[in-house]
Design a binder for this molecule. Structure first.
Ligand code: 0O2
Length: 234
């Protein structure tokens, strides 16, 4: 029999008519997604204001670029399975807190910490958890500062604290993570040295970051604009 072709909207409407339990969850899902989109827009606006202000004051910004994403349904389901969470919508709402993600890429390591300091000082931003994979890199070499925050989203009759995962890293760390992310999906390829080469590359990126930070620290005229990290902080 020929399959009826439905647009996504028609499919959703049909589901709503036929299954009362799924209506609630579907509406809830749409509402939650609206909240995550709003939270990302708010964070984007904050970061753009900071970027503009820094350019105005110092002619350079501690933020090189920003990307945002809403976690894909496949990635959400994969994570729930991997972590052994019950496969229900309620469990998704309780356990998956990185559905809204904002990645901030900075020129220098000191910028990473500076941007996080500035953002988390704001009254409507609340820190839930910090994972510092810069000072404590993952075994594979991954470096990045992860800060799980909530941002206040003002709605028609309430304020919701919506979780957003900030991943803040240098250009070098981002370069490595982007390449590693692509290679990770080719793990079935038989290449004994893959992990070793990735780790070596992560170390090279780290050395580059350390050398560039050293320049910032050593040149007095640059210090005010660029922030300074002491040797022990890298
Ligand atoms: P996507 O595409 O960003 O959704 P998990 O690591 O998922 O078991 P947790 O504690 O939430 O659980 O993770 P963590 O350590 O805070 O990091 C989650 C995210 O950081 C990942 O999201 C990646 O974006 C990034 N990340 C963490 N480790 C690595 C790594 O080794 N390499 C790269 N390239 N990125 C990493 P997702 O869900 O994997 O993907």
């Amino acid at each position: 029999m020929e399959q009826e072709q439905l647009t996504p909207k028609q499919a959703i409407d049909r589901l709503i008519v036929h299954d009362p339990k799924q209506i609630t969850e579907l509406q809830q899902f749409k509402y939650d997604m609206m909240l995550y989109e709003a939270a990302i827009e708010l964070m984007n606006a904050k970061l753009q204001v900071l970027q503009e202000e820094f350019l105005c004051l110092t002619e350079r910004s501690p933020i090189d670029h920003i990307t945002t994403r809403i976690k894909s349904p496949e990635s959400i389901l994969e994570k729930m399975q991997r972590k052994g969470y019950p496969m229900t919508y309620q469990s998704l709402r309780e356990n998956i807190r990185d559905i809204a993600g904002v990645r901030i890429v900075c020129p220098f390591v000191s910028d990473v910490y500076e941007v996080v300091r500035i953002l988390t000082r704001q009254n409507d931003v609340h820190v839930l958890q910090t994972k510092d994979y810069i000072r404590h890199p993952k075994a594979n070499g991954y470096r990045s500062l992860h800060v799980l925050i909530t941002v206040d989203v003002h709605l028609s009759s309430s304020v919701r604290e919506v979780p957003v995962e900030l991943q803040v890293r240098t250009i070098a760390m981002n370069c490595w993570a982007g390449v590693e992310h692509q290679i990770r999906y080719k793990k079935d390829v038989d290449h004994a040295d893959m992990d070793k080469v990735l780790l070596q590359c992560a170390q090279l990126m780290h050395e580059a970051d350390t050398a560039l930070q050293g320049l910032v620290n050593d040149i007095p005229g640059m210090r005010d604009d660029f922030g300074v990290l002491s040797d022990g902080e890298l």
